[in-house]
Design a protein around this ligand. Structure first.
Ligand SMILES: [Ca+2]
Length: 253
């Protein structure tokens, strides 16, 4: 049975192929093969093209797209943010810093007499000339206590150009005004931008004649911790009419 059927099957196939005519059947058999080959080749070509195109696009996108563009964008954006941030940061920090520092109220920590030419007048009295021991009375908060210089026969001193005071604040701050409560009138006091070693040099920040409330106002606020006053001419004391400096209080604003 099986061989017969197997014999019959090829016969049937032969018979079935035979009626379609051998050439046509052969062509029919070849056409699908060639179509299959062509289809597979086309598919392979299309896939290859797709792979190449996608790969090229991916490479272009990855190389040219991400690296420079993204980095440039990042760098430019970072740089753009950084300068902007730094610009805004100092502005923001400057505003808060000014607000944060807010320049504390000037508080006098000490006052020292500066008498650089005392030896010209009398070498033996350099340490006591113009009463340096009572200078602290000018910032004790008590208007009844005061510091007085020696009295001189000439309002322009004698044997020296003047005397000075060094006011040291508790901390650096913004200074706009120095107020001297003087028991006298006239003379000349200068607020100088200098150091205690050379109190009669440097730029003059403010100057004026003395009175009960002598105001030395800077044209622009000065940031610092030290104030140098230089008395170039003596006022006339109210108490006895002598050429002498008599200061009860100094206030720094
Ligand atoms: Ca006083």
């Amino acid at each position: 049975m099986w061989p017969k059927r197997s014999d019959e099957l090829p016969l049937d196939t032969d018979v079935s192929d035979a009626p379609w005519s051998g050439l046509q059947g052969g062509e029919d058999d070849r056409e699908p093969a060639s179509r299959r080959v062509n289809a597979s080749a086309i598919l392979l070509a299309v896939i290859a093209l797709l792979v190449i195109v996608i790969g090229a696009l991916a490479l272009n996108y990855l190389t040219s797209g991400t690296d420079p563009v993204t980095l440039e964008d990042e760098t430019t954006s970072v740089e753009g943010e950084t300068p902007g941030g730094t610009e805004t940061t100092p502005d923001e920090s400057a505003e808060p810093t000014e607000d944060a520092i807010d320049y504390p109220e000037p508080t006098i920590q000490s006052v020292t007499l500066l008498n650089p030419q005392a030896a010209n007048l009398d070498p033996s009295t350099v340490d006591s000339q113009d009463n340096p021991g009572s200078v602290s009375n000018v910032f004790d908060g008590n208007p009844a206590t005061s510091w007085s210089s020696w009295w001189y026969s000439d309002p322009a001193f004698w044997m020296k150009d003047g005397i000075g005071l060094e006011i040291t604040l508790a901390e650096e701050t913004e200074i706009t005004e120095v107020v001297l409560n003087v028991d006298g009138n006239g003379g000349l006091v200068q607020w100088r931008d200098t150091v205690n070693a050379a109190p009669n040099s440097g730029q003059i920040i403010a100057e004026g004649a003395m009175s009960a409330e002598t105001l030395l106002t800077a044209s622009e606020p000065v940031v610092g911790q030290t104030i140098i006053l230089w008395f170039e001419d003596l006022p006339t004391a109210n108490s006895d009419g002598l050429y002498r400096i008599d200061i009860s209080e100094i206030t720094v604003r």
